[in-house]
Write a protein that binds this ligand. Structure first.
Ligand code: SF4
Ligand code: SF4
Length: 276
């Protein structure tokens, strides 16, 4: 039996028994090589679900839709490892109750797809620890290495060129499961913290602020990178920040439901002078 059929059967069973009120998965997209989110609330709707190596979007962000989990019923969601890490972060940041989330986990390698055993996020604890152990400090990217070897001025020019393309559409923010604020700072106009028009300096401001908000929280799912209509390589920023969090703070985002945020926690014996 294919993994797709296996997971459809599981989804049908969950809905038929009333164990979940909704299944969030993948369906056919606008072109043969794209997948889009599908929301099934009855066993009949489950036949629209597909599961293959093209199912790469992190669907965890839909769980924080206002009111979705407020009735305390459960929702099942198809998640790759990055998505499972997102659930840990969203739970640690009190955005959802992880017990209301039934995980239909899977991972892909090339065109292969394999199931991940478990249902609750705690079932994946060991798996995520192993992922973090395999994420070694030297785990870098040739393009990042190239950027690292540039002078500060060359690197600035590189990002100036890239960010000058930004049209401030905020698709990156909308696609990111970690950008869940009901009202983003960029949408405030009294006071107006960030210029809304697209120009290189303001675009820098927006992208750097977003990178800092994601520091130690980004699970490198790639949703933002894929959503960017002008192909700014946001993955480079995310990856660099993740490596920095790992190197400097031994922090692997989304390790557990109790993990403290790396830039919002301190210890009494921290050496920084600003801590009294
Ligand atoms: S910043 Fe991008 S890669 Fe990181 S969690 Fe958000 S969408 Fe995923
Ligand atoms: S998706 Fe791309 S163009 Fe749109 S705001 Fe984000 S970086 Fe800018």
């Amino acid at each position: 039996m294919s993994i797709e059929v296996q997971y459809r059967d599981r989804a049908k069973e969950l809905l038929a028994k009333g164990e979940v009120k909704l299944v969030i998965g993948y369906g056919g997209g606008s072109t043969p090589n794209r997948r889009r989110p599908v929301f099934a609330s009855s066993p009949e709707e489950v036949d629209r679900l597909v599961l293959d190596s093209l199912c790469i979007a992190n669907l965890s962000g839909y769980l924080v839709t206002e009111g979705l989990l407020s009735d305390e019923k459960k929702v099942a969601v198809f998640l790759r490892p990055e998505g499972i890490r997102s659930i840990n972060i969203l739970a640690a940041e009190n955005q959802l109750n992880a017990d209301q989330v039934v995980i239909l986990g899977f991972e892909t390698a090339g065109s292969d797809i394999r199931p991940l055993e478990g249902g609750n996020v705690l079932d994946f604890s060991e798996f995520i620890v192993t992922l973090s152990e395999n994420r070694v400090v030297s785990d870098s990217d040739p393009v990042i290495d190239k950027l690292e070897n540039m002078s500060a001025q060359e690197r600035f020019s590189f990002w100036q060129d890239e960010f000058s393309k930004c049209i401030k559409c905020y698709a990156c923010r909308q696609a990111c499961p970690m950008c869940y604020c009901r009202r983003c700072i960029v949408d405030c106009n009294q006071p107006q913290w960030i210029n809304t028009s697209a120009h290189t300096l303001g675009n820098f401001e927006w992208n750097i602020i977003r990178a800092f908000h994601l520091a130690g929280r980004c699970v490198e799912c790639g949703n933002c990178d894929r959503a960017c209509p002008v192909n700014i390589p946001l993955r480079l920023v995310n990856r660099r920040m993740a490596v920095e969090a790992l190197n400097s703070f031994d922090h692997f985002a989304g390790l557990s439901v109790t993990q403290e945020p790396v830039l919002a926690s301190f210890k009494k014996d921290d050496t920084e002078t600003f801590i009294l």
